[in-house]
Design a protein around this ligand. Sequence first.
Ligand code: HAM
Length: 421
Amino acid sequence: MADRYKIPRGTFDILPEESYKWQYVKNVFHQIAQAYNYREIVTPIFEVSQLFERTVGDSSDIVQKEMYKFQDKKGRTFALRPEGTASVVRSYVENNLHMNNYGDRLFYMGPMFRYDRPQKGRYRQFYQYGVEYFGSQNAYVDAEVIALAYQFLKTLGLNNFQLEINSIGCPNCSKDYDKALVDFFTPHLGELCQDCNNRIKKNPKRLLDCKIPTCKAIAANAPSMLDYLDEECQQDFDSLQKYLTDLEIPFTINPRIVRGLDYYRKTAFEFINNNLGAQNALCGGGRYDGLVKQLGGKDVPAIGFAGGFERLILSMENEGLSFGEIPKPKYFFVMLGNDAKEVGLPLLNKIRVQNIVADAAPDKASLKAQMKAANKSGAPFTLILGDEELKKNIIFLKDMETGDQKEIALDNILEQLDSIK
Ligand code: HAM
């Protein structure tokens, strides 16, 4: 018996009956990103692994346990990208992409890879959409980036989501805050999970977003970052709230958002859909002002976000939203006999090159079998060509809903089809 293979765990095929949904959400994201004047950037799906280790950070789950790392034939260590920001920053620096002196806006879409325990809304290969804005420290830009994400979700018709924002401060505020966290958590180390015990040395803020119930209960009483913001971070956070209010974008402040990646500072945000279960983040992002410099570029501040298409599509399905029209042919061409097939081939092609979707079942011979295929295709119209019609230089056009049939001349078939709505 021939070998049959199974898809790797945590991955999925996007099958033909689902792929139009993906096309739809991608198109809408494209449109929205372009309306905000973002330009697309495409980076490779693998990079040297150090790029992620240095930026996403070695206290993150991604670097600690989730990277798909491999060596190539020359012994170089690469990783399948677990996220897009590090690659975009790498490209921004490498290609000297300072396109404008008023801010550079980039967007991307593509597969990311994380070796995590698969569950609903969490996969090992997943598809992100995201944007990155380089060149402004202004909270105005934070509001713009959040507005773009909000507009995207709204344009898709989603209603069941909440925006949560936080400021995780800058290295200056973190000095005191990290110390306060260490002081707070140290007496509880015996009750905290192993991950939290490790994280307390590397990045104490990460203890705030541990999902383990005992850790969560302890973290609930931890000091809040918002009490430790320095003047500049506080002002930026106040401005962001004002701008979001001006934009009529509802939000709540959640001082527990720290984000799982090490490069963030100041603004952090997530769009949450509580109907999604444990994996409830539709998208998330924040500011990462030190990263461009850290990767060898100028000291360019930046902010962005990314989200997974899977959770988006799940949310749309939960809310019963439309993904546009289900693709189907407009015309199904029934050709009876060899002569009709010969004449029919260029004719069918003529229709198709006009960008009109048309199909046929060339391997089926009988009228019955071809009409069955026509029905299955969902085409609203069938074109029927047999020997009799060929002799008269006509073709039958059948309306599949009403059953009405009319003759049209073969010579100017395109013009006549054109007049059909
Ligand atoms: P992140 O929070 O790690 O941030 O991921 C962003 C989004 O990707 C999540 O909110 C979720 O929708 C989706 N996602 C993450 N992991 C999975 C998974 N295993 N399966 C399905 N969906 C997933 C980042 O990746 C940052 N690069 C975002 C960013 C851009 N920050 C600034 N700029």
